[in-house]
Design a protein around this ligand. Structure first.
Ligand SMILES: NC(=O)c1ccc[n+]([C@@H]2O[C@H](COP(=O)([O-])OP(=O)(O)OC[C@H]3O[C@@H](n4cnc5c(N)ncnc54)[C@H](O)[C@@H]3O)[C@@H](O)[C@H]2O)c1
Length: 335
């Protein structure tokens, strides 16, 4: 695809503001937006992100809840669209302190939307999650599955999704809600990868076990799945980043609001992921089996046909060994 030219001011390239762009998925998306030729700005308060993940000239250390400064920035930089990643992401933390999640994820998003409305910026891509479905009734999961979150993190994302539905209806505020499944992998050549602290995601935890010799705990091996471990849909972070570019271009072209799942449509069990790590690294994974975690459904796999049909997106890096290999390269550099 040729670089997208802004339809609003014909001589220049669109300016995209990425909130949470110093974090895992945001930093990859920023990188792909820049490669595609966009003018990119990142807003991050660095509470959970890394300033090295963003070129200094693009980074504004700012909190999305600071409505006045956000409005000013949106006006000064003539922002055309916002991709909104900034949020807290830990399910466990959200059960210990739900108020943090309602304040930062829900209320923080509302502050941002208010600033955008005041500045006249009405296009937004939102990081939603499979957690809005809770324990789904049907797998693969389509976007028609009802909202049924089972933790405050998922609920905070449902709240934002509902705000966006009403803003679309009454304020011509157009948004694409992307419900991601398990983001993973890395872009090691760009020095980008997954570094959550604390880390709760499976692949970096397995890689860390290999690096430290400390066993990783797998939660449950008696699920109703072929090998007894949970099955998830692992989506390469760079494929996810490209989904955001498709989404933002749809909005810049004047497209309507939509909601899409983003996954590969293929599930891998915890045991299969461990085996892929052993193939890629040539090392045995020290591990132990713990009890099941409350609220972990046996199988979560996305049906992403809607996104593929509507925007022409395809997961180009879905091979599990490729995902693990990219994550492993990054983990070795980051140590
Ligand atoms: N990682 C996944 O597998 C996954 C799955 C589904 C949805 N998501 C969603 O994707 C988004 C990004 O996830 P991630 O894994 O990159 O998380 P991350 O923690 O790596 O990145 C989030 C970034 O947002 C910043 N931030 C948080 N609150 C802020 C605020 N009020 N103002 C400014 N910056 C703020 C943090 O400093 C961090 O850099 C989140 O909204 C998350 O809910 C992630």
């Amino acid at each position: 695809m040729p670089p997208f030219r802004c339809p609003l001011h014909s001589e220049c390239v669109a300016t995209i503001l990425v909130t949470g762009g110093a974090g895992y998925i945001g930093s990859h998306t920023r990188y792909f937006l820049e490669k595609r030729g966009y003018s990119v700005l990142v807003v991050d308060n660095l509470s959970r992100g890394y300033k090295e993940a963003v070129p200094a000239e693009q980074l504004r250390v700012l909190d999305t809840r600071d409505g006045g400064r956000m409005e000013q920035l949106l006006r000064d930089e003539r922002v055309d669209a916002v991709i909104h990643f900034a949020a807290y992401i830990s399910v466990g933390e959200s059960t210990q302190a739900p108020e943090l999640y309602f304040e930062n994820n829900a209320s923080g998003s509302l502050s941002l939307f208010e600033a955008m409305l005041r500045a006249g910026v009405k296009r937004l891509v939102f990081s939603s999650t499979a957690a809005v479905y809770g324990i789904p009734q049907t797998v693969p999961i389509t976007e028609n599955e009802p909202y049924a979150p089972i933790n405050p993190y998922g609920e905070s994302k449902v709240m934002v999704e509902k705000m966006l539905e009403w803003l679309d209806r009454y304020r011509e505020f157009r948004s694409i809600r992307l419900r991601y499944f398990n983001a993973c992998g890395a872009e090691p050549e760009a020095g980008l990868g997954e570094r959550h602290d604390p880390e709760t995601h499976l692949i970096p935890l397995i890689l860390r076990a290999i690096q430290t010799g400390e066993p990783v705990t797998f939660f449950g091996n008696d699920y109703p799945t072929p090998d007894g471990t949970c099955i998830r849909d692992y989506i390469h972070v760079s494929d996810l980043a490209e989904a955001h570019i498709h989404a933002v271009e749809h909005l810049l072209r004047g497209g309507q609001s939509e909601v899409f799942n983003v996954g590969t449509g293929t599930g891998h069990s915890v045991k299969e992921v461990m085996e892929a790590v052993e193939r890629v690294t040539g090392k045995k994974v020290p591990h132990e089996i713990g009890p099941r975690r409350e609220g972990d459904p046996p199988v979560l796999v996305a049906d992403s046909q809607k996104l593929q049909a509507a925007l022409g997106w395809r997961p180009a890096r879905a091979d599990l060994d490729r995902i693990v290999s990219d994550a492993w390269q990054f983990a070795q550099r980051a140590r």
